[in-house]
Design a binder for this molecule. Structure first.
Ligand code: UD1
Length: 415
């Protein structure tokens, strides 16, 4: 796997833009399978995970043409209902294809997404949702075989507002007979984007963005073009990169509403935030102030930003307490930050971070996507040369991160 070499200590300044959302692109790419025809998707980020989704779609029999951030998916000849195990292991979120394949063909075979770097990530809620919709689910030597004669609308009460389970239930219900209701649905903006895409195709869904989603089954969908929403986690990461270096940046193509809890926390740290129609400006103070954070399902503070803000807190004045309430093993990266001098103590699901004046450049290893990104931030702030190994994790989810940060004055290269 490749490495990032960062020569830290430069204040980030200037203007860059936010790419399309990874977590919206993946379910929307999966959703194209529901319709027999052509979908044109714009603003899809060029990252490892969307490339893996293209590979899986091709494996199912789709024709996919990719030109930069535009993807054309022709689902006319899907002939395979099984998601290959090796691709399933490459990308956990490939499980989201199950709902789409089931919705169209009423059968799907896939395997468990496998062990994980941030927690167990079971799929019991996805399967319970499928069963409510009249789909039989059978586990056989690590494979999950799902079949239904008819998918029938139902009321699905999710035990927890899981993003993936909500998306899978929507996808499986779009072409079902009758009206499905998902109660305690996840309210993330990416689910609203999925609803908007499906409705443009001719689906009848309402309520995404609230905790009750209604899906009135339709008989047929149409070919459409769709522009993917901006990536709110990338936006948060870039703003935090400016904050940790004492910088001043403007982000274009950003949606401030989607990252309101992150912007609120950054304001608490002393950053001055100014919003315009589709841009966010952040001016960092001389030294950040500590803040306490609890990750929550949307609209709470996103778990995907937990490690990113934690990097900032390592050099803030005062002690921060960060509670991770979504994933049970999302503090692995803190061991790497400690190598850079950070004073972090973990107690159960809580990280206690005592802010120090500066971090030290070091050689560290990315442990997962967002944990890896937090090391990039630490490297930007630490004077000297930081080497981050295993950056394959970071490339899964950030488009042109080195180029964007360099355009703001960072010195960073991918080796
Ligand atoms: C999605 C995002 C991920 C984000 C997460 C939470 C994508 C591709 N990924 O992941 O970046 O961190 O939402 O905002 O969109 N759970 C169960 N059983 C299930 C499903 C989930 O117990 O069947 C638990 C998980 O272990 C976790 C919690 O629910 O503790 C939240 O998971 P979920 O919302 O499903 O996250 P993902 O959809 O996997």
């Amino acid at each position: 796997m490749s490495s990032y070499i960062i020569e830290g200590g430069n204040k980030l300044q200037g203007e860059t833009y936010v790419s399309g959302s990874k977590n919206a692109s993946l379910p929307i790419m999966a959703a194209t399978v529901l319709n027999k025809g052509i979908s044109k998707l714009y603003n899809v980020p060029e990252i490892h995970d969307t490339q893996m989704m293209i590979e899986i779609l091709k494996n199912l029999g789709c024709k996919v043409i990719k030109r930069s951030n535009k993807i054309v998916i022709d689902t006319s000849n899907v002939k395979n209902f099984e998601i290959p195990e090796n691709l399933m292991h490459e990308m956990r979120s490939s499980v989201i294809l199950a709902g789409a394949i089931l919705g169209r063909y009423k059968k799907a075979v896939f395997s468990y997404p496998g062990g994980c770097d941030i927690g167990a990530r079971p799929i019991d809620l996805h399967l319970k949702g499928f069963e409510k919709l009249g789909i039989a689910t059978e586990k056989n030597y690590g494979k999950i075989i799902c079949k239904a004669d008819e998918i029938t609308a139902a009321e699905i009460n999710l035990d927890f507002p899981s993003v993936g389970a909500t998306e899978n239930c929507i996808l499986a219900a779009v072409l079902a007979e009758g009206t499905t209701k998902i109660i305690n649905a996840a309210m993330e903006p990416e689910i609203v984007d999925l609803q908007n895409f499906l409705n443009r195709m001719g689906a009848k869904i309402e309520g995404a963005g609230s905790n009750i989603i209604k899906i009135e089954g339709v008989k047929k969908l149409n070919s459409v073009s769709y522009n993917i929403m901006p990536d709110r986690i990338e936006a948060g990461t870039l703003l935090c990169s400016a904050a940790i270096t004492g910088g001043n940046i403007t982000l274009k193509k950003a949606n401030a509403k989607d990252i309101a809890p992150v912007l609120d926390k950054l304001s608490e740290t002393g950053c001055v935030i100014q919003l315009e129609a589709d841009s966010i400006n952040l001016k960092a103070p001389k030294r950040l102030k500590s803040v306490n954070i609890r990750t929550m399902p949307y609209p709470g503070f996103p778990t995907d930003m937990q490690s990113i803000i934690a990097a900032n807190m390592c050099i803030a004045s005062g002690t921060s307490i960060i509670a991770e309430n979504i994933f049970e093993n999302r503090f692995k990266y803190t061991g790497e930050l400690q190598k850079m001098g950070a004073k972090i103590r973990i107690a159960g699901n809580t990280a206690i971070i005592k802010g120090i004046r500066k971090l030290y450049a070091s050689r560290v290893i990315a442990t997962d996507l967002r944990g890896g990104a937090s090391l990039v931030l630490a490297g930007l702030a630490a004077k000297g040369k930081t080497q981050i190994d295993n950056v394959g994790y970071i490339l899964r989810g950030y488009e042109k991160l080195d180029k964007k940060l360099n355009s703001l004055g960072a010195k960073m290269e991918l080796k």
